[in-house]
Ligand binder design. Structure first.
Ligand code: 5GP
Ligand code: SF4
Ligand code: MG
Length: 466
């Protein structure tokens, strides 16, 4: 999911709409905005579909006045696989004795089932099936006298990944979980405006200046042009999601002081060093494989070419929630550039192999078009474990790398050779010159290593075995 909030500007909701549009790649199912105006109080709108199809209508935007607003773009992840209902669409809202609070969450709470059970037993009435709603109910039960303190109380009980943006009548609040698994950045706009957003690309679109990242375990409370920072969870070291670098974030965002594009290009360089091959053409699976393919071509000296063309009017396939739509998606979205690949030995570069179904179809299309050989190169290690921190990977049984060896995968996909970048190679590409520190890994890489930095409590209860 993607979150965005702004304070201290006129018509804040319009800025939020733009910010969410820039974060649309993080969630395409639905979006919502809550705004606060001194006279008209809180107003909200929640809609299915793209930001541009909903939050561009003047008639709707006029209902969201005020100088403070937050928003959310959603895609459903582990635990909430059922079709999204409009009541699952964030931001969520709670009315407390000291006033209202709206809240938007990116990530996944790993003890949500246990919390929900406990809260329901004690009288909470849930409105949605979302794990994020727990936070509002925990806040309602806190005895603290102001909303930021209530949020701290609530979040201390929550395990897992959360980058949360919240707002009261006068404050914009941002928090990251102690490991800082999901991103959250702070920006400045105009004379006294501040912005919180999942990624820096959402600051760029509104012309905001990037100030810094919210740190893992940090809470910021912004009001009247001032920022108050605190550390509600005590000291901690971050374990940022390494897959944000590989796939999830937009390539024009800056994470940890590094360009995501440059990191992806560097993964391709590592791949070319680790898994060279004699070939005539390096070709990305667009768009997710493109920067790595550029790096591979540059390092290997093999010419780069767009052997697969993407229809720009399709979204990201993996974010479509059902398998059937995802399967159709491949053909609707990608087509082979026959004239280019015919007779060539092709190095095909993609960001990841998950189920392997896309990969197999793309290979078929390339061979049908007359390619002489297909060598598949993957810009991440084999995805052998599901993510429980906010990226929608399927159950372990459906992950190709959980079922097969690399040679079996090569045969099943049907390519002449298959290679994945090593975990160390990936760490080098994100700027860790000495690779992965296995005693104390610098990132979360559980989907590749199986080392979960926070126990996936709900999943263990459901029978998942680490
Ligand atoms: P596959 O060959 O595993 O079906 O699909 C791999 C391609 O689709 C990659 O380009 C990857 O970006 C995307 N993809 C498909 N399904 C998923 C999924 O469930 N999770 C993730 N992270 N990526 C996926
Ligand atoms: Fe990111 Fe993978 Fe960790 Fe999930 S398991 S947070 S996708 S690195
Ligand atoms: Mg892809």
């Amino acid at each position: 999911c993607g979150v965005f909030g702004v304070i201290g500007v006129t018509d804040a909701a319009n800025f939020v709409a733009l910010g969410l549009h820039a974060l649309q790649h993080r969630g395409q199912e639905a979006g919502g905005i809550v705004a606060h105006d001194a006279e008209q109080g809180f107003n909200s709108a929640h809609r299915f579909g793209y930001v541009r199809d909903n939050f561009t209508k003047q008639s709707l935007m006029e209902t969201l006045p005020g100088s403070l607003a937050i928003g959310h773009v959603r895609y459903s992840t582990a635990g909430t696989k059922a079709a999204t209902a409009i009541r699952d669409v964030q931001p969520f809202f709670g009315e407390f004795a000291m006033g209202g609070c709206a809240l938007a969450h990116n990530g996944n709470i790993t003890n949500a089932m246990a919390l929900r059970r406990e809260l329901i037993e004690r009288g909470s009435i849930f409105q949605s099936s979302s794990d994020s709603e727990c936070i509002i109910h925990l806040m309602a039960r806190s005895i603290q006298r102001n909303i930021p303190e209530r949020m701290k109380d609530a979040l201390r009980r929550v395990e897992g990944a959360f980058s949360v943006i919240a707002m009261t009548r006068t404050k914009l609040i941002g928090v990251r979980d102690p490991l800082g698994v999901r991103p959250l950045v702070l920006g400045r706009i105009g004379d006294e405006g501040f912005v919180l957003a999942s990624e820096t690309c959402a600051l760029d679109i509104i012309g905001a200046e990037f100030l810094r990242e919210i740190e893992p375990g940090e809470m910021v409370v912004i009001s009247k042009g001032e920022i108050e920072s605190s550390r509600p969870f005590g000291p901690s070291t971050g374990r940022f999601c390494i897959f944000e670098h590989v796939y999830f974030s937009r390539p024009d965002s800056i994470i940890g002081g590094r360009s995501v594009y440059e990191t992806r290009r560097q993964i391709g360089v590592e791949l070319a060093r680790e898994a060279p091959v004699e070939a005539d053409l390096v070709c990305p699976v667009p768009d997710s494989g493109t920067p790595a393919a550029i790096g591979y071509a540059h390092e290997s000296g093999i010419p780069f070419g767009m052997g697969i063309i993407r229809n720009q009017y399709m979204g990201r396939t993996f974010i479509e929630p059902t398998e059937q739509i995802r399967n159709m998606g491949v053909r609707l979205k990608l087509n082979v550039n026959r004239a280019l690949v015919k007779g060539k030995r092709v190095v095909l570069v993609d960001d990841s192999v998950v189920r392997g179904t896309t990969s197999r179809k793309i290979k078929d299309m390339i061979l049908d078009a007359g390619a002489a050989e297909v060598h598949f190169r993957i810009a991440s290690p084999p995805t052998a474990w599901p993510c429980f921190y906010g990226v929608d990977t399927p159950d372990r049984e459906k992950l190709l790398a959980a079922q097969m060896s690399e040679e079996e995968m090569r045969e099943w996909i049907g390519v002449d050779s298959l290679a994945f970048v090593s975990l160390d190679g990936l760490y080098r590409a994100v700027g860790e010159a000495r690779g992965r520190n296995s005693a104390c890994p610098q990132y979360c890489d559980a989907c590749f290593s199986g080392e979960y930095p926070v126990a996936p409590f709900d999943q263990l209860e459901r029978g998942f075995r680490m």
